[in-house]
Design a protein around this ligand. Sequence first.
Ligand code: S3P
Length: 434
Amino acid sequence: MNVFKGEITSLPPDKSISHRAALIGALAEGTTEIANFSGGYDNQSTLSVLRDAGIAIRQEETAAAGGRVIRNVVIESRGLWSFTKPSVPLMCNNSGSTMRMLAGILAAQPFRSELVGDASLMKRPMKRVADPLRQMGAAISLSGEGTAPVVIDGSRDLKTIEYLLPVPSAQVKSLVAFAAMHADGRSKIIEPIRSRDHTELMLGLQTIDRPDGVREIIIDGRKPVAAKPFNVPSDPSAACFMIALGLLGRNSEVVLRNVCLNPTRVAYIDLLQEAGAGLVIENARSEGGEPVGDIVVRSCSGLKPLRISDHGVVAGVIDEIPMLSVLSAFASGEFELHNAAELRTKESDRIDALVVNLQRLGFDCEQYPDGFVVKGRTGVIPENAHIECFDDHRIAMSFAIAAEAAGASLELSDRDVAGVSFPGFFATIEALRQ
Ligand code: S3P
């Protein structure tokens, strides 16, 4: 087992907040300055499609202490209808957030646009995008399988909507909110299961928490959005990998600085603390409307096996399940997940990807439609086991972390895919290895 020690000040800026800062900047009147924008491929895809749709964007890099690069983005826009008809299909690459959230904005622009992606994104469900936008009056066409290309004939006269979210999805919630910002009147989104709330916070939307636990989000359309600066904290969904490294490593201690601790993003930390992990939050504070803090991780032995089935918990750890399941399997030999069919619609079918790869590493697993179980180890990790990454950054990184900590050599089918959300992922591990 390897030992990892050190402090990480250069975790990637949050992917969700970076996407939204760029999209909101494009909808705002004036100059939006975004400090610490993510250099991940997904966030760069958002900038490039916004440029293709007529938005003026500058990106500058400055060197900071410890060889760190801070990327700042400046967006100039004239408000809700500043987009122009793209002359090319808008290439979102691997980024579902880019495709879905941008669709909400393009639905309100009076021209045709087409959204496409890489092989993984072209397989992901887009009916959840088309349904509310059609209700609002945009014409949307999808492939026969309900996937991209998403062809949008936008309408300048979108209708308001009262929309009950059929899946707990922050992307769907956000795209409806972005479309509703263009409609003439008040719209309401009804959210039975809580998902990340960055869009609401960044736009200052009114939310009502009903006694039955359901949240309502109110959007008053056609209100000008004043440009304001954003400062993006570190991504908790990237931190989850380095947390796992510190927990699984021998005699390890890793400190992660300035991590976003928004309550809708910390279920991973809560679950691990309940399972007995050595995790401490220090310097909890608020920055730019988001709670942030430092996370101190010490290696732990005797982590209790994780069992997850509550719908709200599943929504809260949806991006962390790959790392969480691999961590639980390596630390305790067991893991169990239910009510998580949504995982099959991510960058890969993550239930299948996790089970196939865990089996290759000698775990006894079984999958079912909405989850999987790891029952124990049947053998040792084979030398140079091949891990299939399925175009999925989180699958690649989860297995890379477990192998690093165990001192095992794995062959990843694709190392570069980590850059989708975590440029410098392998260098960060190197810097911590003793
Ligand atoms: C995201 C929401 C989640 C998450 C994705 C980012 C966002 O997707 O999996 O990585 O930024 O809104 P869903 O909203 O589709 O669950």
